[in-house]
Design a protein around this ligand. Structure first.
Ligand code: NA7
Length: 543
């Protein structure tokens, strides 16, 4: 009953981002017949698609990269926070250096996967949109946490006469906005980058309106070029640096200050402490700060207060100032992910760059001329950027028709909440793994820092199984109840619980609100998955 596949292999990886590239390289070296299928036309994953104006990574050099010597010894980054063009070039380099192309099928979007045990076939039957069929023993999803874009259900989305794109599907050739009337809806990490870029690109004759529901709490990026000398010094230390990143809670080269609470400091010391972090830039202001920043409301409020003072002083117009950086926080500081910016707040000092408050005047619908708000006004535009985010972490996996051993669809299994073992597998979906996915360190960690040890873990499991002549691995349902309990417990004390956000599915209407990622920190997570292997794969049935 099963048609002849186009490919019959050991391991199929979905996605050619950091996860897919690393997996293909390591699994192939270990002798597994491995292939990648990728919807896009090149390597890069989210960076293949991220072509929106100003797209830039905000994990700082050098750790947002693969820890594979052939790659890092031969690649030179130009700045601390590289832009999307450089990231695209990096991934092309990775593809060439590791000779990945010969085992990658581009332009293949996976739409379904079915676990089949039938005669000689025991594995996954995976189908792509164009009918391409793959049979594999093991299936690994490396689709990232932003595989499913989110469009708010505004009527008339298709009726706009001008140019409109979601940020994650921006045309690679770009959109010329010089002298145009442009709108950006959403002020998350993406919206901030587009606004910052477009405020310059439109010139003096264009105009920009930011449609803001919740103000971001952006921190200074402090972008820097990397000199030849810096690069050489770093290259000499990189092997060590890539190990060190695994010892920090978010996979960076620093953590929050263990044992240091705000109450340990006098008011003057606190001010100095905040100032130093602020000046250093990047995520440090909140990720290298007091250990109780996300636990103690008073500490959290103080961090917001410092942020608001710094930021408000940069915005001249009192109305814009109150909208972009209100005196009192609208939610817990860091409850939503703060973005990094370079000139974001100054851009609003231009007379042709403005912000509209969607809290008091929400979007009613999209009309041919532009955007109609609740007060009846039609705001006319030539170009609209939808920076409205993603059905993060779990949305992409639920979008594929994945049928497990009981015939059940993954999206149905997870309808009332996510169940995984170790944030890597889910019961009744044998020989199926996912990286940087639900209930792993995902949204709380630097991508490559999370993906590589997860992939190493999978590799060891597959090698052990091969040695022992075993072919099927499935998580035990009891183990995933236990993992879920732990995931909930790790988030229990966090002030983040108070905020509806992409950390907990609260950004998508109707999505179950629950912690989507493991909040216990990367080292703790790695220790736990390591222990499972040491204890003979406790929580798994292997046959
Ligand atoms: P985010 O961070 O989820 O931001 C989405 C933005 O869109 C955010 O400002 C939302 O406002 C806004 N939004 C979403 N729905 C609506 C509706 N219905 N009306 C008005 N505004 C809306 O996505 P990004 O793409 O910026 O960033 C994604 C990740 O990429 C980020 O976490 C980084 O890891 C990199 P809200 O805050 O919900 O009020």
């Amino acid at each position: 009953p099963y048609s002849e596949p186009d490919l019959d292999i050991d391991v199929l990886c979905i996605g050619a981002g950091f996860a897919g590239c690393y997996l293909l390289h390591t699994l192939r070296k270990a002798g597994f017949r491995t292939k990648i299928v990728e919807a896009g036309s090149d390597f890069g994953g989210v960076w293949h698609w991220n072509s929106y104006p100003g797209a830039r990574v905000d994990s700082q050099w050098p750790i947002y990269a693969l820890g594979i010597p052939e790659v890092y010894e031969n690649w030179t980054w130009s700045e601390h926070y590289p832009g999307h063009e450089e990231l695209k070039r990096y991934f092309q380099f990775v593809g060439e250096k590791l000779d990945l192309k010969k085992d990658t099928e581009f332009g293949k979007k996976v739409v379904s996967a079915e676990w089949v045990v039938d005669g000689s076939m025991k594995g996954w039957s995976v189908k792509c949109e164009d009918g391409f069929l793959i049979h594999c023993k093991f299936l690994i999803a490396g689709i990232g946490f932003a595989a499913k874009r989110y469009f708010p259900p505004w009527p008339g989305l298709d009726s706009f006469r001008g140019v409109m794109h979601h940020s994650s599907f921006w045309p690679q050739e770009g959109v010329d906005v010089r002298g145009k009337r442009v709108a950006v809806i959403g002020t998350g990490a993406t919206g901030v980058q587009i606004i910052q870029e477009w405020a310059g690109e439109i010139g003096e004759t264009g105009s920009l309106m930011a449609f803001q529901r919740t103000p971001n709490t952006c921190c200074p990026m402090r972008q820097k070029k990397i000199s030849k000398k810096e690069d050489e010094e770093m290259k000499a230390r990189l092997a060590e640096v890539f190990k060190v990143r695994l010892t920090h809670e978010a996979g960076f080269l620093y953590s929050s200050r263990e044992g240091l609470k705000m109450s340990d400091h006098s008011v003057e010391e606190r001010e100095e402490f905040f100032e130093e972090l602020w000046e250093t830039g990047g995520f440090r202001y909140f990720s290298n700060s007091y250990s109780d920043l996300l636990i103690d409301q008073e500490t959290n409020d103080a961090a917001y207060d410092f942020w608001a003072r710094k930021t408000r002083s940069r915005i001249h117009d009192p109305r814009k100032r109150d909208l972009l950086a209100p005196m009192s926080p609208l939610h817990v500081f860091c409850g939503k992910r703060p973005s990094l910016e370079q000139t974001y707040y100054e851009e609003f000092n231009k007379p042709n760059v403005d912000v509209l408050d969607l809290r008091t005047n929400p979007i009613e619908d999209i009309v041919p001329e532009g955007i109609r708000t609740a007060d009846g006004t039609v705001h006319e535009f030539d170009v609209i950027a939808l920076a409205t985010g993603f059905d993060s972490v779990s949305g992409g996996l639920k979008d594929i028709d994945i049928h497990g051993s009981k015939g059940e669809l993954l999206r149905d299994k997870w309808e009332n909440g996510i169940f995984t073992n170790l944030g890597l597998t889910t019961s009744s979906f044998p020989n199926f793994f996912f990286l940087y996915g639900p209930q792993g360190p995902t949204a709380h960690s630097n991508g490559p820092s999370c993906v590589e040890p997860q992939a190493d873990w999978i590799l060891s499991v597959l090698q052990d199984m091969r040695e022992q002549g075993k072919t099927i691995i499935d998580a035990e349902p009891e183990a995933e109840l236990e993992w879920k309990r732990l995931v909930l417990e790790q988030s229990e004390n966090s002030l983040r619980r108070k905020v509806l956000s992409s950390y907990n599915g609260g950004n998508i209407p109707g999505k179950v609100v629950e912690p989507l990622s493991y909040a216990g920190g990367l080292p703790d997570y790695l220790r736990r998955i390591g222990e499972v292997r040491e204890q003979g794969m406790k929580g798994y049935r292997i046959s």
